[in-house]
Design a protein around this ligand. Structure first.
Ligand SMILES: C[S@@+](CC[C@H](N)C(=O)[O-])C[C@H]1O[C@@H](n2cnc3c(N)ncnc32)[C@H](O)[C@@H]1O
Length: 301
């Protein structure tokens, strides 16, 4: 195969074709501001595939054997920026207000399950932050609301009979692989304070590795948010800094899907620069101390 050294000339119409394909496949919308990024990543993929025309690349992408290349292209187009404890006011709202409300409500119904979903989890910092916060919230809740169940020794992270399940999904296989390793550098650990490091991480060489008990709370899986088959029966969904890459029509579709993926009175958390304002009337906003969340509105009978 020849090595391609000069950039392949791409016409506006060809770029438009790719833009449409990407939108149809994963909902990401490349408008004028981001079209250069799409062009740059396309050149990289052409080089990696040793192809010298857009036509041959497009044919590959849309062929039966093109699935692997399509997922490589999508992976190259995603922005995986994330961090532990991203948007603290919102996480405070999650831990101190929303979790507290859910635990009370569930306990009164003798429902001891808590199911959360990090949709677009990138390299794992978001779902692991949720796992640490839920563990702390449950321990604190237990102190104030002891249950008539014997506590096994050693004391488990999640006090029985509670069962916690955190699903974390992404469209990027490489991000999911990194997330599953649960091993982070000093720089990535900067937002994690002393107490959390001591309780939830082991130091292995120069890396911080999540303890098995926390890691086990999180289950990683591939899910493309563009599809209809998404995880159901969630009490909480975090989908932060993902919708920002979608256009309005796709955002509306996704919010509708999240509504259906949530349990009654469930909560949706979106990113700092995102909002449900003007996109739906199926959620009510909760805003406290600079933190924002949205709760499902239930139809009255
Ligand atoms: C900027 S990161 C946000 C990570 C994390 N939620 C946070 O706020 O820190 C966006 C993530 O969304 C994922 N993503 C983009 N489009 C997606 C889609 N259609 N389905 C699933 N994940 C998607 C990307 O792969 C990326 O990991």
């Amino acid at each position: 195969m020849a090595t391609i050294t000069v950039p392949v000339v791409i016409s506006d119409a060809e770029l438009k074709l790719l833009q449409t394909l990407v939108y149809q496949e994963c909902g990401m919308h490349f408008d004028e501001r981001r079209i250069h990024f799409l062009q740059d990543r396309l050149q990289r993929r052409l080089k990696a595939c040793s192809l010298d025309s857009f036509y041959s690349y497009y044919r590959l992408l849309t062929s039966r054997d093109g699935k692997i290349e399509l997922s490589s292209l999508l992976e190259n187009l995603t922005v995986n920026e994330t961090s532990f404890f991203r948007n603290r006011p919102q996480l405070d709202l999650f831990q101190k207000v929303i979790l507290e409300e859910i635990l009370h409500r569930k306990q009164s119904r003798r429902d001891w399950t808590l199911r959360c979903w990090s949709a677009g989890c990138s390299t794992g910092q978001e779902p692991y932050t949720m796992a640490m916060q839920i563990s702390d919230a449950l321990a604190y809740y237990y102190l104030r609301n002891p249950l008539p169940f014997e506590m096994p020794t050693p004391k488990p992270l999640i006090p029985p009979p509670w069962k916690v399940e955190i699903l974390a999904s992404d469209i990027s296989y490489s991000a999911l692989r990194t997330a599953q390793e649960a091993s982070y550098s000093d720089l990535q650990m900067e937002p994690v304070d002393y107490g959390f490091r001591l309780r939830y991480f082991d130091k292995l060489g120069d890396r911080y590795v999540l303890k098995k008990s926390v890691k086990e709370l999180v289950h990683f899986d591939f899910h493309n948010l563009k599809t209809e088959f998404l995880p159901q029966r969630n009490d909480v969904i975090f989908c932060r800094n993902v919708m920002i890459y979608f256009d309005e029509a796709e955002q509306k579709r996704l919010i509708d899907k999240f509504y259906r993926c949530l349990n009654t009175e469930g909560y949706l958390f979106v990113g700092h620069a995102e909002s449900l304002f003007g996109l739906t009337d199926k959620f009510r906003m909760i805003h406290q101390n600079n933190g924002t969340a949205y709760q499902r509105i239930e139809a009255t009978v």
